[in-house]
Design a protein around this ligand. Structure first.
Ligand code: GLU
Length: 550
């Protein structure tokens, strides 16, 4: 028997490797187009780090007229959960990160380079493994778990590197006749890669993010096909990224140490490896030390967190771009209203060590993002969120949609839009007081400030209602009247005037308008009071002011 016959004995039914190379030809894309992929395992948990990778991939593909692929890596079937693929697809949808090619549900692929789920590509990997066996670059290994455990113990006690390499790789040197006999004897086996590496030698590599790195060569005879016939991650990655014509492998830097194996696999397959960009994980500070954002400890590690809090996906994406390229912030300052699509993301500007997750910053960005939405957008997003998470807000918003739109439209659409909502879960608290059926019958806790004498408050409000309030006034007239009222009652018309002569006045126009504001809304901080009155209307303003002094 020769190696070709051995390969045939192991994989009698698979097609030639060339068949797949023809089926998945080089892509006809313009120069510089990047073909990138997000390649998660369907474990049931979508980490925000996966969204980070996807934001980067999707942005680069768009920027270069390239392709963004969603590939499902489910070769470790023990870790799989039901509906794991759908979970990933939904998460990407929520963040409006729709791949150009990839899985579109648990079983279905979309794109000419599919299927995009590894368990559906078994014969493809086997075709490539078969060729490696023919070329003597891979071999069957009959070692049992007990053999490997015993080997490891020996290595440990002799303080040697663990693993299946060199003289430890016992099946590497089995004769063809013995192999044939054992296979025909139905012994269990797996397929291992025959490494030609020598760790005394170094390979030089350039990572797009990490820069130049030296590694000792790999000499482990890693498993490429497991006993269930499925490939290991290492082998699947090499075959898939070759056949999908990936130009850049963008992945977490926990894979950096596997790079020598991957480069060696590409070499053995006789094809050029893609470029690699290893992303540092998002970090969290705890007791002064940095650690990875943890699925167990940090709620913000899970994508559901963003949905539940009602943080718009636009905001989360913008925040992730901020983490990705530190020059994003400056770009945003110079391009306040531009779409993030106009920002040019650069892989080689990504930080080598992990950026810290900063919730305050995220919410700040979110405030700005929401401030740029129209009232209709705010209504729709808030309504959709409420529909899922807050029945009471839903009821509030839908009772009188026209009125709700007016409320949400306060201080929106002008140059300095309102910035008081950072997530949809803020909306109720932000607008509830604008609804008479909630406000007028409730027990409002009026916390007056500088002016808090009951009789004085009553005087201000009564005077205002009787002689100064007119809903048809324009903003300037309205404000002048508040000044007139202040002056009449012994308050300075201007803050400046008061500061120059504090003993000459009871206070200033700001104190008086605060009394009106709190009486009207129960709050010291609200958006523009003139706009609020316009939205509430004459009757409501009068009722509210009377309630306050009652
Ligand atoms: N399935 C691997 C993971 O989830 C993918 C790594 C890669 O992108 O190649 O970490």
């Amino acid at each position: 028997m020769d190696y070709k016959e051995l390969a045939n004995l192991i994989f009698p039914d698979v097609k030639d490797r060339e068949y797949y190379e023809e089926k998945y030809p080089e892509r006809n894309l313009k120069d510089g187009a990047m073909v990138v992929r997000f390649a998660p395992s369907p474990t049931g948990f979508v980490h925000i780090g996966g969204i980070f990778t996807s934001v980067i991939c999707s942005k680069l593909a768009k920027q270069t007229d390239g392709v963004f692929i969603l590939r499902i890596e489910d070769t470790d079937q023990k870790r799989e959960v039901e509906n794991g693929v759908n979970g990933i697809i939904d998460a990407l949808k929520k963040f409006k990160l729709e791949p150009d090619e990839g899985m579109i549900d648990e079983e279905t692929s979309n794109g000419a380079y599919g299927p995009y789920k590894q368990s559906q590509r078994k014969e493809i990997y086997q075709a490539f493994a078969k060729r490696l066996i023919e070329e003597k670059k891979a071999y069957p290994c009959f070692c049992k778990q007990e053999d490997l455990d015993r080997m490891r113990e020996k290595q440990e006690s002799a303080k040697l590197r663990p693993g299946y390499y060199g003289a430890w790789a016992t099946c590497r040197n089995l004769g063809l006749d013995e192999i044939e006999k054992r296979i025909k004897n139905n012994e269990d086996y797996i397929i291992r890669f025959r490494s030609e590496g020598n760790p005394e030698r170094k390979i030089k590599h350039h990572d797009v993010i990490k820069g130049n790195i030296d590694f000792p060569e790999n000499d482990q005879d890693i498993v490429i096909i497991k006993s269930d016939g499925l490939p290991t991650y290492h082998f699947a990655h090499a075959v898939d990224d070759y056949l999908m014509r990936t130009t850049h492998v963008i992945r977490g830097d926990e894979w950096l140490s596997s790079l020598p194996v991957h480069l060696e696999l590409f070499k053995a397959l006789g094809v050029k490896p893609p470029k690699y960009a290893h992303i540092a994980p998002i970090m969290k500070e705890e007791n002064g030390a940095k650690r990875k954002l943890s699925k167990r400890k940090d709620p913000e590690a899970a994508v559901e967190f963003y949905a539940k809090e009602g943080i718009p996906s636009d905001a989360a994406k913008e925040y992730l771009l901020n983490i990705a390229n530190s020059n994003f912030e400056q770009w945003r300052r110079q391009n306040k209203t531009a779409s993030i699509d106009e920002f040019n993301l650069e892989l080689n500007k990504m930080s080598v060590s992990g950026a810290l997750f900063d919730m305050t910053k995220l919410l700040d960005i979110s405030k700005s993002v929401i401030s740029r939405y129209s009232k209709e957008e705010v209504y729709d997003y808030a309504y959709r969120w409420a529909n899922e998470y807050d029945e009471d807000l839903k009821v509030l918003l839908e009772k009188d949609k026209e009125y709700s739109l007016k409320v949400l439209g306060i201080e929106r659409g002008n140059e300095k839009p309102r910035k008081d909502i950072s997530k949809w879960s803020d909306v109720k608290d932000n607008i509830e007081y604008m609804y008479d059926d909630r406000f007028l019958d409730s027990n409002v806790n009026y916390e007056y400030q500088n002016i808090n004498d009951k009789a004085e408050i009553k005087t201000i409000i009564t005077e205002y209602l009787n002689n100064y309030f007119d809903i048809s006034d324009d903003k300037q007239t309205w404000f002048n009247k508040v000044k007139d009222l202040s002056e009449k009652l012994g308050y300075a018309r201007e803050v400046k005037e008061y500061k120059q002569n504090p003993d000459g006045f009871k206070g200033h126009v700001g104190d008086v308008s605060t009394v009106i504001r709190i009486s009207l809304t129960g709050r010291a901080n609200t958006p523009d009071m003139y706009e609020i009155m316009q939205v509430l209307g004459k009757e409501s303003v009068e009722k509210r002011l009377r309630k306050a002094i009652a």
